[in-house]
Design a protein around this ligand. Structure first.
Ligand SMILES: Nc1ncnc2c1ncn2[C@@H]1O[C@H](COP(=O)(O)OP(=O)(O)O)[C@@H](O)[C@H]1O
Ligand SMILES: O=C(CO)[C@@H](O)[C@H](O)COP(=O)(O)O
Length: 493
């Protein structure tokens, strides 16, 4: 991300710095870049606590640490926050967090999701799924905020009674950066100053990406009463100002990555972080009644159809721990076994699964024989299993008419030599691996520069050096079928 072309419109960005934040599941990352050229100036990061429910204060603390590690924001003109999607941050009338946030990978609201589908379909689940897809572009699963609100109303009525507004992680951090929160230095009714953007709002289940409108009727249906929601700030607009610091709208992390990668039509991002994600930027909204593809919005005014699994890089982390090896050794092991791991197949549902929707499923190892019970075969089966889940996501996107011209591999696990090399064979297409980087934070930084310039479009920051990985002639032709059979044999719904 080093080259530049000059701005066609808007204020000059020359000599200014912008910051982008990625408040993701496992950590907070901050990049500080030259607003005009996109050149990286400074970087900082800090870990987040483990678990699927987290006190948002921990994100705020991690943001402070990451910002200081990046040299602070004193010389920065604008900042925008990208964040893990869907997490429910429930706030009381004074702006206090009512309970720890339930994250995107918390599956306790799976039953609430089924109830919401049934209710909209008046007892017919298929009709209900169609109705949700048509009305808000998504079919409820445990990840989406609306199901978490229903869970809260049913299981913690005392907490639910206190809720005055609901926000997402990036909304809440933007609000805190602007000086709002309990005992707000910004004063007045600070809940009314909560902001979001259409990308993150579209992951709630009570916002329609196609029309750009909240669906308060669905929110009320889920929670039992109307509560406050953040104002939706247009892509590239200024959300808030804090002294001389301009705050951009911010974005859901996957839309942030799309902006950071400068994705165009035909580009598909495969991201392997905590989540495994396949997403594309499209001009028209997607409404998939199977629920495999979520019809989200992107951070530029377009759309971001997306399939997401709960089981990405942590499958490799877990298998690496089991085998007593680090990431590098794990990749070497995986590459030392033959394609298809001689029949050993891992269904990687270690955290349950979302795509397909099997929240209570567990992982399973199939085809175990004397000849394939080696660390190398297990490492290979893990890499193949995660990628096979993403191949299903890629096919689901294709089934929605999404063109696939170029696949970009990003996320923490894109650093794995095994993932890079095996991905083209499993996905069935060549894969482009951009230089290792923080593309969500980069997208947020680009959005911050866009807000600062006031231009119609985000500044053009080039994408520096990428490597191409092709499909090899060693593909195990039976692997996809074996995986499909094994996938159906997992325990749990
Ligand atoms: N070389 C590697 N091989 C495999 N996994 C890796 C490698 N480097 C980092 N990871 C994993 O990537 C994950 C962090 O990636 P990241 O995209 O930042 O996640 P998230 O955005 O979900 O917080 C961790 O699970 C980490 O162990
Ligand atoms: O739920 C989704 C997308 O719908 C996840 O992609 C989250 O947005 C978390 O992302 P990572 O922390 O894994 O990047």
């Amino acid at each position: 991300m080093t080259t530049s072309t000059s701005q066609s419109a808007g204020r000059s960005l020359a000599g200014q710095l912008v910051a982008g934040v990625d408040s993701s599941t496992q950590s907070c990352k901050v990049v500080i870049r030259d607003a005009e050229t996109g050149a990286l100036k400074r970087f900082g990061s800090a870990p987040h606590p483990d678990g699927t429910e987290v006190d948002p204060e921990a994100w705020w603390d991690a943001l402070q640490v990451a910002v200081s590690a990046a040299g602070g924001l004193d010389d920065v003109a604008s900042v925008a926050v990208g964040g893990q999607q869907h997490g429910m941050v429930a706030l009381d009338a004074d702006g206090n967090v009512v309970r720890p946030a339930l994250l995107w990978n918390d599956t306790r609201s799976a039953g609430a999701a089924l109830d919401l589908i049934d209710e909209l379909g008046e007892g017919d689940a298929e009709a209900g799924a169609r109705a949700w897809a048509e009305q808000v572009g998504v079919v409820p699963v445990a990840s989406f905020t609306i199901t978490k609100l229903r869970w809260l109303a049913q299981h913690e009525p005392e907490n639910a009674a206190k809720v005055a507004a609901v926000a997402l992680p990036h909304d809440w951090l933007t609000w805190r950066l602007a000086g709002d929160g309990p005992g707000s230095r910004a004063g007045g009714n600070s809940l009314e100053r909560l902001t979001t953007d259409r990308s993150d709002a579209s992951g709630t289940g009570y916002f329609d990406a196609a029309s750009g409108e909240y669906r308060f009727d669905l929110l009320e249906r889920a929670f039992g009463r109307r509560i406050g929601v953040p104002q939706v700030v247009a892509p590239g607009a200024v959300a808030r100002e804090s002294g001389s610091l301009v705050l951009g709208a911010g974005t859901g992390d996957n839309a942030g990555a799309a902006l950071g990668l400068g994705m165009a039509g035909g580009d598909v991002a495969v991201s392997i972080g905590t989540s495994g994600v396949v997403s594309a930027v499209c001009e028209t909204p997607v409404a998939d009644p199977t629920g495999l593809v979520a019809g989200f919005a992107d951070a530029t005014g377009r759309f971001l159809p997306l399939a997401c699994t709960l089981n990405g890089s942590r499958v490799f982390d877990a298998m690496g721990r089991l085998l007593g090896v680090d990431h590098k050794q794990f990749a070497e092991l995986a590459l030392s076994a033959p394609p298809g791991a001689e029949g050993l197949t891992l269904v990687p549902y270690l955290e349950g699964e979302r795509t397909p929707n099997k929240p209570d499923a567990t992982g399973a190892l199939h085809g175990v024989r004397l000849g394939n019970t080696t660390p190398a075969h297990l490492a290979r089966a893990a890499v193949e299993g995660v990628l096979l889940g993403l191949a299903d996501g890629l096919n689901a996107l294709r089934a929605q008419g999404v063109p696939v011209h170029r696949v970009l591999l990003v996320g923490g696990a894109a650093q794995s030599a095994a993932v890079r090399q095996i991905a083209p064979d499993i996905l069935g297409v060549p894969v482009t691996v951009p230089q290792p980087g923080e593309y969500v934070a980069d997208g947020a930084a680009r959005q911050a520069a866009w807000a600062l310039s006031g231009a119609d479009e985000a500044p053009e920051w080039g994408l520096a050096g990428a490597k191409e990985f092709g499909v090899s002639d060693e593909v195990d032709a039976s692997l996809a079928d074996r995986y499909a059979q094994a996938r159906e044999m997992t325990f749990g719904a």
